[in-house]
Design a protein. Sequence first.
Length: 162
Amino acid sequence: MQEMNSLVDALHLRPHPEGGFYREMHRSETIIRELDQVDKSALTSIYYLLSGKDFSSWHRIKSDEAWYFHIGCDVIIYFFDESKLLQTVQLGLKSNHFQVTIPANTWFAAKPVDENSFCLVSCAVAPGFEFNDFEIGERESLLQEFGRSSDQIEAIKALTRI
């Protein structure tokens, strides 16, 4: 874990409310006006690091979010599709899959595959990320909406904090 701690220090990462560590790296000076008449940056991006013993809890945002794998172990991203079925995608060297985009308003979570390692990714959000557009999933409401199978129930329970 020395390498992980070195990256947290070198990249000046700080704790993220969904779990892990992050630092905003870019906020576009280009401003767009959304349909609800809210002005936002066209694009934002962050570094995001998860230790193997941590997870990104279920959350959703109002914009598309692209994840780009950099270093460490593979990470599994869990999400519920339009049919409310649990899907996963694995990013990293083992999967040979290095990028995925989660559509706007999709509930998703993530966890490194090796609890003795970590993963470092970048996340780009367009239109740009705002904490007002960020919602952490609550276990009971997610279970009511998506708890169709034992796999889905287990994923919800394992990847929620509240």
